[in-house]
Design a protein around this ligand. Structure first.
Ligand SMILES: *Cc1c(COP(=O)(O)O)cnc(C)c1O
Length: 320
């Protein structure tokens, strides 16, 4: 049967279970989903750990030569088989030419970030000019908040979801403290209703409507790291901006996982890491997005030489 691209994953599981006349959790359903998976061939590009090489588990329950069923991509994506080749090419270049490697070879280091930005643009739905690849996620979140969180006596809150990933929680808390504000008053955390696990969009929009005038920045995750809730990015963005707030997203669990259209949705800013669903490896550089509408209005709070276009970077005239 044809699968519609618009069919929701849960509906698809239900449909297949009905067709096979079994429980949605039955192995047959998983096998059928594997068989129909159009991206299945990508599996060949990754090393899949074997059960026997993983930390101690009850090996009587598994065949130790089996591949693991890998559910840790939210922590660290699997290693692409080409990584070793690429790394060896760069290490060889470094050994042979030292600093001349900045400018020559397949991937000159001076444009190490810019040369891969084109690969990122469709993943987040942005133009190359709107994306920077640099640092680690939490560092980028801090840099973005330094530029976008400009509290005033009337507009001094950051709105975020309850149980946000601890690093985001700490980052927001410390940004508020850095401005000399009271965390109790400025950190506006929205919780699910009593007895519910995920946030209802209507409740998020309701708070934005009621308190939006005092909110400087709305910062949500794209996909919540714990509940897996995919937030309605365009709806939250639109509602927040209608109230004059800046709206940003931490896409750590969304990038490489769900479709994103940051530019078209008008999101003000976003950041993400590349070592989870993008499989870049531990320490892989993170991403930041600023919508082009802010190109001339929102200035970086902290600057260094890589903020300069490459064409003028080496003039070193100390003029920004
Ligand atoms: C994984 C994750 C982080 C990790 O940040 P690092 O700076 O890469 O250590 C931060 N925020 C969220 C929401 C995450 O899921």
């Amino acid at each position: 049967m044809e699968t519609s691209p618009l069919e929701l994953p849960a509906d698809r599981v239900q449909r297949i279970a009905a067709e096979l006349q079994c429980h949605p959790g039955d192995e047959q359903v998983a096998l059928r989903l594997d068989k129909e998976d159009e991206l299945r061939h990508f599996r060949e590009h990754f090393y899949i750990p074997k059960m026997k090489d993983l930390p101690p588990i009850d090996l009587s329950l598994v065949n130790k030569d089996d591949d693991a069923i890998y559910f840790l991509g939210h922590s660290l994506g699997l290693q692409p088989k080409m990584v070793k080749t690429y790394l060896e090419e760069e290490l060889d270049k470094w050994a042979k030419m030292g600093g001349y490697g900045h400018d020559v070879g397949k991937r000159p280091w001076i444009i190490g970030d810019e040369s891969i930005v084109g690969l990122m643009k469709d993943i987040v739905g942005a133009s190359e000019k709107e994306i920077a690849l640099m640092n680690a996620l939490t560092v980028n979140l801090h840099l973005l908040l330094l530029s976008f969180f400009k509290p005033t006596p009337k507009r001094y809150k950051i709105l975020l979801e309850a149980k946000a990933f601890c690093s985001d929680h700490y980052a927001i808390e410390s940004q508020i403290q850095l401005r000399g504000l009271d965390v109790e008053k400025s950190m506006r955390i929205i919780k699910p209703r009593e007895g519910e696990e995920i946030l209802r969009l209507e409740d998020i929009l309701d708070i934005i409507e009621k308190e939006g005038d005092s909110i400087a920045v709305i910062l949500f995750s794209g996909v919540h790291f714990y509940t897996g809730q995919l937030f309605n990015i365009p709806a939250i963005t639109k509602a927040g901006q209608a109230k004059g707030c800046f709206v940003g997203f931490d896409l750590a669990h969304a990038v490489g996982n769900v479709e994103l259209h940051l530019h078209d949705w008008g999101v003000d800013f976003a950041c993400w890491c590349s070592y989870k669903y993008l499989n870049s490896g531990a320490g892989g550089i993170a991403g930041a997005f600023i919508h082009e509408k802010h190109a001339n209005t929102v200035k970086p709070a902290l600057v260094g030489w890589f903020g300069h276009e490459l064409s003028t970077r080496f003039q070193m005239d100390n003029n920004l």
